[in-house]
Design a binder for this molecule. Structure first.
Ligand SMILES: [Zn+2]
Length: 214
């Protein structure tokens, strides 16, 4: 069978099973969306937000891109962030990286991936440069990639805190909390690497002191 047809059949079976277990399931879900979490993860097919956290549709608002990046000119990411923080009022924003990330590995190479991917990976190279000394003191390549994965997650959490979207929410409603997690493909576990709350210190260079109403 064509894989796309198999996918559509699986969907029918899944919808039927959900409805069998709970006849009101889809009706209820279609009326309201009140997730407490925004998940910013890697597009990697092995790191699906709902499955690895045991959550159901309706519980996590999701954005994914290569290597779970928060780039301050990315309108797509910022739209998702603004909607989740200002309108859905999520309590937690999660940046989830994962060991064995192809984006992290690619950024550590000197290969020309062509302009668009080069542009994206450039942001990860910048994280490497910030932590060059620590990273180059690690002789093992896989361990160095793992550490860059962790440092990249930490850096993306800091990028979130540098947005006026997060700073305004922190000022007006003392939330959301920002969590940097790394997922292990080999053991299926999420580990917390870095956390920021409205009380966390932020470089004054990036702090807005005249934030308006939410
Ligand atoms: Zn990845």
């Amino acid at each position: 069978m064509e894989s796309i047809n198999k996918l559509l059949l699986e969907n029918k079976a899944w919808a039927a099973e959900k409805k069998f277990d709970d006849p009101e399931y889809f009706k209820r879900l279609s009326l309201i969306q009140t997730p407490e979490f925004l998940w910013i993860g890697c597009s990697d097919s092995r790191v699906p937000a709902n499955e690895i956290t045991g959550t159901q549709p309706g519980e996590i608002f999701v954005h994914r891109n290569i290597a779970n990046m928060v780039i301050h000119t990315d309108v797509n990411l910022l739209s998702v962030l603004e909607y989740a923080v200002v309108h859905l009022k999520v309590k937690h924003v999660i940046i989830c990286g994962h060991y064995g990330c192809g984006g992290i590995k690619a950024a550590m190479m000197n290969h020309d991936f062509k302009q668009v991917l080069n542009m994206w990976l450039r942001n990860i190279k910048d994280v490497y440069r910030l932590h060059r000394e620590e990273l180059e003191s690690i002789p093992n390549q896989e361990k160095r990639e793992d550490r860059l994965t962790e440092l990249n997650v930490q850096e993306q959490v800091l990028h979130l805190a540098k947005t006026s979207i997060i700073q305004r929410a922190w000022k007006h409603r003392k939330g959301p909390e920002l969590h940097g997690l790394v997922y292990g493909l080999k053991d299926g576990l999420l580990n917390t690497i870095f956390t920021m709350t409205p009380d966390s210190a932020l470089d004054p260079l990036y702090t807005y002191n005249d934030l308006g109403a939410e």
